[in-house]
Design a protein around this ligand. Sequence first.
Ligand code: MN
Length: 250
Amino acid sequence: VSPERPKRARRPTRIEVAAQTDVGSVRSQNEDSFLVGDQLFAVADGMGGHAAGEVASALALKTLAGVSVDKAGAVEGLLERFREAHRRIRERGEAEDRLRGMGTTLTAIIADDEQAHVVHIGDSRAYRYRDGVLEQLTTDDSLVQFLVGKGRLSPEEARKHPSRSILTRALGVGTEAEFQAVTLDIQLGDRLVLCTDGLSTFVSRDQIESILHRIPDPRAACDALIRRANEVGGDDNITVIVADIVRGSG
Ligand code: MN
């Protein structure tokens, strides 16, 4: 062991991340936004006419950006930023006519060496891909998901339902917002995936799983997922983040 060896603690894992957003093949504006930090990842899908959705999703991510990634307070820190973003979007929407009624989805992850903390509202999604299996970590706040929960629609029927874009909750909409929060373990080889409904509506769960299985490079996997969504529809903006837990360097 050389005495010059850097004192920096050896980390067993690190995160290799790729992110991409695409306007899709039909729309002219992109109301999706994403945020990528060392340990913080988020996607937001804005809604509201005349660019209001872009304002809402950007405001959500701007509010989220300074959150502390401290292990002990990650979930509470995220929840606090979600509440703050909810308040800011509502106030901007009330103050400016052209922004009235705007809102956004927001799905965020803080990851450390052992755990991922997910906080969520709306119908964007977080997944963990492990050992060939894609597991959805969030539940869509949507009318069709409510009907899936009641056993009245299958997930595949929900994906193709004409009312699939009706949300039951969104950031900036309504007086009180309720958020989902989940903490899960992560390990070497896991892939965390965040996406907006422009991916999950057009590309089935099995297809997403198969692309993640086939393409180990996160950048190439992002590209392939977005390409697939555009091939089969592209009737929406598409945003994907792939964050791989890989071997750390000493
Ligand atoms: Mn969308």
